[in-house]
Design a protein around this ligand. Structure first.
Ligand code: HEM
Length: 430
């Protein structure tokens, strides 16, 4: 018994020593050791994971980029990239695979989903929803429940925790991403469908239901449920956070809001209905949206992974490294955007201070093969919401509100809301 115990202790000790040596080797030798970053990040991912879980990593990274430059090592095998060429290389030129983080985001372990699929070939073949399918209303969310936002944010927070510490979800009773509230919402959506009968409308839910009906083995019920749930989160929280951000900038810049009101008034007479189709070519409205997305949409989850050594931003990145493009840094980079922190829709209407704004530098919807599948749909939705709101109401700033935000895939206000003053215009037909 004594010998066995000693043997086990020795093996345990040997394993600890082995791990310490390999951590030190990883920290201080090899290509990653040349990448600048805080000393502690060479040894542990804990500080980075903590910032991410708390949703505070935006401010943290801002400080890191200012101190260390466009490429920063934030964990032993994780590197953030802020420069345009590096981001382009990761997302478009090399089109690197998604990081293992996404395996932990599956709603049911082992069950594949479009968003979490890492294998390129499987992603292509399972992409049942093309962007063109997202033509009309998604009809995903049919509830006015005030708990909705909290439910979505809670999924994103739990996803962030699971992504950073994947083993936690195997602990019995560890809260899983999908709550009873989310399941109730899904049931509400499904209840309204006749799964066996003819589809009532061609929207995302129906496309997913059809995929299940056509191939119940290849696309089983659990997959169908997870896809619809993920679309509810991916499609609604992002759009509502972005629209809120744009409204925030408008009410804080009344002169720009006035220009938008004038454009809407000039295009629509009192009796005109404002529809998706009529909103495509409103230059100022589009400029307002792109400028709002530039300033506040912060897709932090663009995690990619090197499967072979790759040169990025002048550094050799070895295989099995998480490379994370940091679009917020690019979208506010004063080297690219004059008056980078100011809300200036005019930069999208021509040359502003010698620079022509370029949509490919606003990575609100990411880029490459894994960019946002619903981006055109989201743009249409935001145009419609903003145009209708502006025509129907006089919007104004409610002074004294905090702009402090946290980020879990999308930004949210610490106080849970951002108030905007509204007064009905007379007369109104919007
Ligand atoms: C303003 C609104 C939106 C923003 C800012 C946004 C942002 C993003 C970003 C940044 C990604 C890519 C993440 C990456 O590269 O790893 C993404 C992916 C995705 N988005 Fe959106 N999104 C929005 C609206 C929508 C809508 C309306 C839908 C669906 C109805 C949607 C569905 C998806 C899906 C399914 C993916 C995963 C695609 C894949 O992995 O291949 N999004 N979104």
């Amino acid at each position: 018994m004594g010998i066995y115990l000693t043997l086990i202790l020795c093996l345990g000790l040997a394993e600890i020593v082995r791990r310490c040596i390999s951590s030190l080797m990883l920290a201080f030798t090899g290509p990653l050791s040349k990448i600048p970053g805080p000393f502690v990040s060479k040894l542990t991912r804990f500080p980075w994971a903590l910032e991410s879980i708390q949703g505070k990593h935006m401010n943290f990274t801002h400080r890191l980029f200012q101190r260390y430059g466009d490429i920063v090592r934030v964990a032993p095998t994780t590197v953030l990239i802020a420069d345009k060429a590096g981001i382009q290389k990761i997302l478009v030129e090399e089109d690197l695979v998604k990081a293992p983080f996404f395996d932990a985001l599956r709603l049911h372990p082992g069950n594949p989903m479009l968003v979490t699929e890492r294998n390129k070939a499987s992603h292509k073949s399972t992409d049942v929803m093309s962007a063109t399918s997202l033509g009309g209303s998604s009809h995903l969310v049919t509830s006015n429940d005030t708990k909705l936002k909290k439910t979505f944010v809670s999924i994103l927070v739990k996803a962030a925790i699971n992504g950073q510490f994947p083993y936690l979800r195997y602990i019995p009773f560890w809260p899983q991403p999908i709550s009873a509230e989310m399941n109730r919402l899904l049931e509400n959506v499904l209840k309204k469908r006749d799964i066996a009968g003819q589809p009532a409308k061609r929207d995302i839910v129906q496309i997913i239901l059809d995929a299940h009906q056509t191939d119940p083995v290849g696309f089983p019920e659990i997959r169908m449920r997870d896809e619809i749930t993920m679309f509810m989160v991916a499609g609604s929280e992002t759009t509502s956070a972005s629209t809120t951000a744009i409204l925030l900038h408008l009410v804080n810049n009344p002169a720009k809001l006035k220009l938008l009101e004038e454009e809407i008034e000039s295009k629509f007479s009192e009796n005109d209905e404002i529809t998706f189709a009529k909103l495509h070519d409103l230059p100022y409205l589009n400029a307002v949206i792109w400028e709002g997305l530039r300033l506040m949409t912060a897709p932090a989850g663009l995690l990619r992974y090197t499967e072979k050594p790759t040169i990025i931003s002048g550094y050799e990145i070895p295989s099995n490294t998480i490379v994370q493009p940091w679009p917020m840094a690019l979208m506010k980079d004063p080297r690219i955007w004059p008056d980078a922190d100011s809300f200036i829709p005019e930069r999208w209407l021509g040359v502003y201070k010698g620079v022509e704004a370029n949509r490919s530098d606003v990575l609100a919807f990411s880029a490459g093969s894994r960019n946002c599948i619903g981006w055109q749909f989201a743009m249409r939705e935001m145009r419609l919401i903003l145009a209708r709101l502006v025509r129907r109401y006089e919007l104004s700033l409610v002074e004294g509100q905090s702009h402090e935000r946290r980020y879990h895939s999308t930004p949210w206000f610490v106080q849970g809301f951002y108030k905007v003053g509204i007064k009905q215009r007379q007369p109104s037909h919007a």
